[in-house]
Write a protein that binds this ligand. Structure first.
Ligand code: ADP
Length: 575
């Protein structure tokens, strides 16, 4: 009951652990996607903000030479014009500065009382060479438009009592910049400065570098930006001439007019799917891979720990039952020997026939005890890694023959027929003869133990280019398929609950010792068995090349003399 409870508890813990890992992974994946989206979004917002920056930069560059105009007293303009026909010096300076700016083509001054829309009227044109204004009738129509715009807009401003500036800037789209000059004390207009804008310079010299500067090449940044004259449906500048402006492609649009100029120009932006999101997708994929690997490690560690714990528990269970068994097994022959010895030493048994019987009892039990102790010692040696292998070139055929000569009678006395077939008389292997004997002995013991009605054991030896094989087959009860992978484990016994009454004695050590000895000698063991039909254990050792064996050794092996005595042994310690 307690074991069951513990087992259920362990499974519940495993499930909880797995669920926690899955939940955490799920959460992490979601938040990684969320993070990617946010990063893309904030990157897009940052880029949109850059459009404003472009607007401001161009506007500042245009207005640069006019900076400080608000600090100049404008009232003296009219008297200066009347007296000298020129503007006051400080205003001439502003105009000189402006005339040097590549943004402007020409500069005009229109007094408030002159209507520039009448071509007969003359206004003033600023001459950059003389740095003076000269009256002119030759001025473009856009002066009329610009002055009209500035007049209307500035008058509206003047109606607002809070307006405290002595001038007012108005852009007539991208054609001109018009400055209304105000006599603040009398709250009336003095005149207008019109600066005609150099569209070619802005379109060809200013916009392309600034766009590339902010947005790079579209194939690298994944962003295309166009400056478009929407009234004429014309792209003025772009950072990628290969991609045509398309309303459906664009993700964001803003007018230059947002900053109060170039009403009919707009800044358009498109985020191509590729690099912007790709960059973040790459980060996302990297993060997902790292997460995946970490989760795999975590799952691996969890499952490994669970499986190891299960294994250790099974081993502990098997060890506990082994200990109980062993104690019983050791006590039984001792008790028999003790009783028999006591009877003889007391002088209670004197009859020769009974004395012989008692002697046989003591002898048999001592043999049983010895084999038990030897097995335990073998296991202890394997466990402590102190197994000593004395490898020498041996013919498996000869070794098997020797074993059968010594044990045939014992096996036949148990009612078994012994068959021996060999097709590899000459094949040699580098093995330890003691190990070989232990292996064959244990397999034979098992064949005897686990056979019921058909009592026959077959020993076969064969070889191929690389290996020598020997097999030991019986026609006994066989081993169920699902148990076959376990029988070599220490303390493992097939649970033959079907035949409990005739439970065969054993400790689950024989095959573990066998497998260990086989592998210490460089070989492999496998089992072929089917329930109720019989079992075959096949052992394979690497074949020794005859050229590697000295003539003397070869002769000894072929004449069948014991190689153990005659050959120089290659001793190796395995640990
Ligand atoms: P033991 O025989 O002491 O139980 P072993 O390690 O020799 O321990 O064998 C492990 C298990 O393998 C045995 O309990 C038995 O069920 C099964 N087994 C081994 N050899 C045979 C065989 N020749 N026929 C059927 N079952 C076998």
């Amino acid at each position: 009951m307690k074991i069951l409870r513990n087992r259920a508890f362990r499974w519940i813990l495993l499930m909880l652990g797995l669920s926690a890992i899955i939940a955490l992974t799920g959460m992490n994946v979601l938040s990684l996607y969320d993070l990617r989206d946010r990063m893309v979004e904030s990157e897009e917002e940052r880029r949109i903000d850059q459009l404003d920056e472009i607007n401001d930069t161009i506007r500042n560059q245009i207005l640069e030479p006019l900076r400080g105009l608000y600090r100049i007293e404008l009232e003296p303009i009219e008297s200066s014009l009347q007296q000298t026909g020129q503007l006051p010096e400080n205003i001439q300076d502003v105009l000189t500065r402006s005339s040097k700016s590549p943004f402007f083509n020409s500069i005009y001054f229109t007094p408030e009382n002159v209507d520039p829309c009448n071509p007969d009227n003359s206004i003033y044109r600023f001459d950059p060479e003389n740095q003076q204004i000269t009256p002119t009738n030759d001025f473009p129509d856009l002066v009329c438009d610009g002055v009209g715009l500035a007049r209307t807009k500035t008058k509206i401003q003047l109606n607002d009592f809070n307006y405290r500036w002595n001038n007012n800037f108005e852009f007539d789209t991208h054609r001109s910049l018009n400055i209304g000059l105000i006599n603040l004390s009398e709250s009336r207009m003095i005149g207008y400065i019109t600066l005609t804008l150099n569209e070619d310079y802005i379109v060809n010299e200013v916009l392309p570098p600034i766009l590339t500067n902010y947005f790079g090449k579209s194939e690298e940044t994944g962003i295309v930006v166009w400056v478009r004259d929407w009234t004429n449906n014309r792209v003025l500048a772009t950072n990628d001439t290969n991609i045509e402006y398309d309303r459906n492609l664009r993700d964001h649009v803003m007018g230059f007019s947002g900053s109060g100029f170039f009403d009919n120009w707009s800044l358009n932006l498109a985020f191509l799917d590729a690099p912007v999101t790709n960059a973040y997708n790459e980060t996302l994929i990297k993060n997902l891979i790292v997460l995946g690997v970490a989760v795999l490690f975590l799952l691996g560690a969890l499952i490994f720990m669970f499986v190891t714990a299960q294994r250790e528990r099974h081993l502990a269970q098997r060890q506990a039952s082994f200990l109980a068994n062993v104690t019983h097994e050791l006590k039984t022959p001792l008790a028999v020997m003790q009783a028999a010895g006591e009877n003889i030493s007391d002088g209670r048994v004197t009859e020769p026939k009974r004395l012989k019987q008692y002697g046989e009892h003591i002898y048999n039990e001592s043999i049983r005890l010895r084999s038990m102790i030897e097995k335990l010692l073998d296991v202890a040696r394997v466990d402590s890694g102190q197994n000593m292998i004395k490898a020498a070139p041996y013919s498996i055929h000869n070794l098997m023959n020797k074993f059968l000569n010594e044990n045939r009678e014992y096996i036949e006395n148990k009612g078994f027929e012994v068959k021996f077939k060999s097709s590899a008389e000459d094949a040699l292997c580098m093995i330890d003869s003691d190990s070989f004997e232990t292996i064959v002995h244990n397999l034979t013991e098992n064949a005897i133990k686990y056979s019921k009605d058909e009592k026959c054991i077959e020993y076969q030896i064969s070889s191929n280019k690389d290996n020598v094989f020997f097999s030991i087959s019986d026609h006994g009860m066989g081993i169920p398929k699902k148990e076959q992978k376990n029988i070599f484990k220490k303390f493992y016994r097939v649970d033959d609950s079907d035949s409990k009454s005739t439970k065969i004695k054993g400790h689950g050590l024989g095959l573990s010792i066998v497998r260990n000895m086989v592998s210490l000698n460089g070989g492999k063991i496998e089992v072929k068995s089917s329930s109720g039909k019989g079992t075959t254990f096949i052992v394979r050792f690497p074949k020794l090349n005859k050229d590697d064996v000295s003539k003397e050794q070869l002769q000894n092996i072929q004449t069948g003399s014991s190689p153990t005595e005659n050959l120089n042994k290659h001793t190796k310690y395995v640990g």
